[in-house]
Design a protein around this ligand. Structure first.
Ligand SMILES: Cc1cc2nc3c(=O)[nH]c(=O)nc-3n(C[C@H](O)[C@H](O)[C@H](O)COP(=O)(O)OP(=O)(O)OC[C@H]3O[C@@H](n4cnc5c(N)ncnc54)[C@H](O)[C@@H]3O)c2cc1C
Length: 247
């Protein structure tokens, strides 16, 4: 189990990130990994926002996981699809930035957090009629993460009322358990095991892994009960093995 400690809120910082969904956590992680002192302020009692509630699926064209599974993608196709999907209202600079940074973001997150992704080939792009569409591979799912990576702060991540217990199984696992011939009992046993080991999947797993990366990177995290009442939660690991591996 990893260990993080409560400390004083620093009086100075370089970057303040507001909100602890996947956007805020990834921004904080990136700033901290680039050498900034980062304060992440979350107004609610728990970390994760809507992201912890969600399915945690990412849509990233040209990702290495689809390549590994032999699914072809191309920059012109991804550009065409994204541009048409955005009804040409999205500035092309943003489209280009997204297509360029998306695959690099995956490598970055995997290199500094316990988060690992896999591509779900069963999820098609939403609009089949749009040129550049792919039947699967651009949608990525985070693999399960143990709550233990947060040490004493495992309970600080928001629960998902949407998924409830089922949030401990990935989308792919759910599909497998739904298939005919798989005993219902096996799904219940798998859920019991996941619960006992506090293994988290979907958005809550993604938030757990990103938060662990943030804390390890020295991000100071504040939570509160309202925008004017922040309560300090945790700062960087004080007992983190230098040989620690996320693998
Ligand atoms: C059931 C469900 C399933 C979903 N599944 C998917 C999916 O599979 N894939 C997908 O791409 N999207 C999905 N979505 C949508 C996705 O969850 C959101 O688009 C995404 O989480 C937004 O992330 P965020 O970091 O921008 O915001 P959030 O995760 O909402 O985080 C914002 C945080 O900022 C905090 N905050 C707000 N104001 C302040 C303030 N003034 N001071 C401090 N803190 C503040 C909030 O409390 C919150 O914690 C799903 C949504 C739901 C509800």
């Amino acid at each position: 189990m990893n260990s993080f400690a409560r400390q004083r809120v620093p009086s100075t910082t370089d970057v303040v990130v507001i909100g602890s969904g996947v956007a805020g956590l990834t921004a904080a992680l990136s700033a901290a990994q680039n050498g900034s002192r980062v304060l992440l302020a979350e107004r609610s009692r728990h970390i994760g926002g809507t992201s912890a509630y969600s399915g945690g699926l990412l849509w990233i064209p040209l990702n290495k996981y689809m390549r590994d599974k032999g699914i072809e993608d191309s920059l012109p196709d991804a550009r065409q699809y994204l541009t048409a999907f955005g009804l040409s209202r999205v500035p092309s600079s943003l489209v280009e930035s997204y297509l360029d940074a998306g695959p690099r973001m995956l490598d970055f997150v995997e290199s500094v957090t316990p988060v690992r992704f896999t591509c779900d080939t069963s999820i098609p792009d939403y609009r089949e009629e749009v040129p550049g569409w792919r039947a699967g591979g651009r949608a990525l799912e985070p693999l399960p993460v143990p709550g233990g990576v947060l040490g004493d702060f495992a309970g600080e991540v928001r629960e998902s009322r949407h998924f409830g217990r089922l949030g401990r199984l990935t989308r792919e696992e759910m599909r497998r358990y739904r298939t005919r011939g798989t005993p219902y009992q096996a799904a219940l046993e798998a859920l019991d095991e996941r619960e006992a080991a506090d293994i988290r999947a979907r958005g809550r797993g993604l938030v757990t892994g990103l938060l662990a990366g943030c804390l390890e990177s020295g991000v100071v995290v504040l939570t509160g009960r309202g925008s004017s009442n922040f309560k300090y939660v945790a700062v960087r690991s004080v007992a983190w093995s230098s040989s620690h591996s996320w693998a």
